[in-house]
Design a protein around this ligand. Structure first.
Ligand code: GMT
Length: 381
């Protein structure tokens, strides 16, 4: 098959999933065309050449009469160009706006073309952006003009159904992890440097947006730190980073918190951790939780969105209502102070990750593409 993929190229779960999917499809012999604003971050540091992958960068223009640089229109035109030139079978949009809407525009530009549009909803496109009445109808258009729509969790399907009542069912394809790449790697030397006195290592990794509730990460860690020697690794960048630094000073834990910024060697970092914290306000799936679990790291998180579909409360981690840092702290302390319990949770986390293996989920996407290719060219509506 010839498959176009359009997604956010910068840091974030949707771009990570789209890129890992593209890599897996290419490895299975499909021709994959990324139509993006820049090389997706998970393709940028492969260290080897991947056959079957093509990258088409969108260039925008500016002109005094235009209010802003028309990126979305340039993206649509680029999609149309790539669809026509490479005779794509599928264009897979990751995130409703702008990608699903641009894919629709691209197809309209081409008049008649066999290409089918698949849209994957990732979370904030529905749980945040679609709450804005101005954007809601644009998102509705993207959903209705797709030939198939998938979502990364049942929770996200339920929220989308409630908001849009789409005519065609949304298909659940959970996110996935490459369990060969994400496994607990040897890290004793690094661990010794970061936690020289045998401190427990707690990790949070995100885009540091308000939705991640960074103050809850810090408050949960403060409770752990009060009870036992521990270090907190904060990985990622985003708008809440500055206030996070200030808060760690204010609560007196700054010496035991490491701000690592954006990092590429995710499996290596996760392998260092004894616990992952994910106390999000909204989280359609929580890819980082799955990647951590594949590395044998139990998760302490909130019950928001799709997190309970990934983390089994009391088995591979503990979940508490959003904002309940007291329970999160107590759960964390009970796990970190009981090696046998931690070992059981770690094993269960690795076992749980096997439910979300890349092979299974990529096969589901492949089957969906196959099915669409055989169908007549009408949109959902
Ligand atoms: O919030 C993020 O981590 C970024 C965001 C994105 O769109 O890149 O992630 C969303 O998509 C991920 C991949 O499907 C999911 O694992 C995240 O749960 C989801 N984020 C939210 O729902 C807040």
């Amino acid at each position: 098959m010839k498959i176009g993929i359009s997604c956010y190229a910068t840091l974030g779960g949707s771009g990570a999933v789209a890129t890992e999917l593209g890599k897996a499809l290419a490895a299975r012999g499909h021709e994959v065309h990324f139509i993006v604003s820049g090389t997706p971050f998970r393709l940028g540091y492969l260290g080897y050449f991947m056959d079957n992958i093509y990258i088409h960068e969108v260039e925008t223009t500016s002109y005094p009469v235009l209010q802003s640089s028309p990126y979305d229109l340039a993206l649509s035109a680029k999609m149309a160009d790539v669809i026509r030139h490479f005779d794509l079978d599928i264009i897979h949009a990751h995130y409703a706006i702008p990608y699903a809407v641009c894919a629709f525009l691209a197809r309209e530009m081409l008049g008649s073309h066999k290409v089918k549009i698949v849209t994957t909803l990732h979370g904030t496109d529905i749980t945040v952006l679609a709450q804005d009445p101005l954007l809601r109808d644009v998102i509705r258009l993207g959903i209705e003009k797709s030939h198939a729509v998938t979502a990364v969790s049942q929770s996200l399907i339920d929220q989308t159904n409630e908001l849009f009542e789409p005519r065609c069912p949304i298909m659940k394809i959970h996110n996935f992890v490459d369990v060969h790449q994400y496994q607990r790697l040897e890290s004793s030397k690094l661990r010794e440097r970061i936690a020289p006195n045998g401190e427990k290592i707690v990790l949070h990794m995100s885009n540091f947006r308000a939705v991640k509730r960074i103050p809850d990460v810090i408050d949960t860690f403060r409770r752990i730190h009060d009870a036992l020697p521990a270090k907190l690794l904060l990985v990622g960048e985003g708008p809440e980073l500055d206030s996070a630094r200030k808060l760690t000073c204010k609560v007196g834990i700054a010496n035991d918190v490491l701000f690592l910024g954006q990092q590429d060697e995710v499996a290596q970092l996760l392998s260092l951790a004894d616990l992952l914290l994910l106390p999000s306000q909204k989280e359609s799936f929580g890819l980082v939780a799955l990647e951590a679990m594949a590395c044998g790291v139990p998760v302490i998180g909130s019950t928001a969105g799709g997190i309970p579909e990934v983390v089994e409360h009391t088995k591979s981690g503990y979940l508490a209502p959003v904002g309940d840092t007291e329970s999160m702290g107590n759960y964390a302390i009970s796990l970190l102070s009981n090696p046998e319990k931690w070992e059981n949770f770690s094993r269960a986390a690795r076992h749980r990750a096997d439910f979300f293996t890349m092979e299974k989920k990529v096969a589901q996407y492949e089957a969906l593409y196959d099915q669409l290719i055989l169908q007549p060219a009408n949109y959902q509506s």
